[in-house]
Write a protein of this length. Sequence first.
Length: 332
Amino acid sequence: MPALVRDSSPAPSDSSGSPGSKIRLIDHVRPERAPGEARVRLRLAGVCSTDLELAKGYMDYDGVLGHEFVGEVEEATDPAWVGERVVGGINCACQSCSFCSREQPNHCERRTVLGILGRHGTFQDSFLLPERNLVRVPAHVPDEHAVFAEPLAAACRILEQVDLSAWDRVAVLGDGKLGLLCTMVLAEVIHSVTLFGRHPGRVKLPISVEERPAPPPEFDPSARFDVVVDATGSSEGLATAMRLTRPSGRLVLKTTCAGNSTVALAPIVIDELTVIGSRCGPLETAMSKLGEGRLPLHEMIDSRVSLEEADAALRRAAEPGVLKVLIEGASG
């Protein structure tokens, strides 16, 4: 079956033997299903900025890429799952380590992560995921919306981590895919959200959102924000976010990238900033929001390609300004 993989080994035609990152469309062997796992047939997958960073060498991952999906269960230990349309959590926990015992499976010491760490991802005809990770998709939610469940859940994670007041001054840096979703989620609970980005107006956002260009190097200290979310996808985003956060304010980091940051961290101490790393979030909450049908997700879809053209999907997603590129499975 076709699958898009990152393979850091040299290509057969590479006589130099240099180990650089390789993205290849290959015929992938169908893996054997373990007890408690479901085999999920891909309907739609989304290309995420993390996929692009993995392609550059982030996490040193080798394997099938992809972690945003909506699919249909083909096989499962529990027959009640078979035939269900599902999304799923990407962190596959051991259920026995100290983090799992504290009900923090996303930080499991022995976890695998779909398409990111030790587990083949979704850019293939079918893939494996523990049944406990699955969440059913309501019949009225289309695939084109359900495929946003994982990144929308990541946006919802902010609400679990930060105690927000409706009148807090909140800024989101980056108007890419995740930055837009974070802005939409925050605008539901905050009276005013400022979105800093390079493409104002390309998605119809709530009227409570003010879109601005990237902040200048010298930002008015009196205009700094109570909460700043860095969703730039850039190693330089942290420095900008620190400049925009008021003393004793909170800084939420959503960016993961292959590049290294050389930011001076003294301002975090001087301004007594609270820095919060934020990753995966509650899929059930995301699915509830998707069921309400209020988010302009259709405006975020740039294009759809077949699985046989998945390598082209990554190239398209890497172009400046492109939002969500979708990969269609056999039933897509």
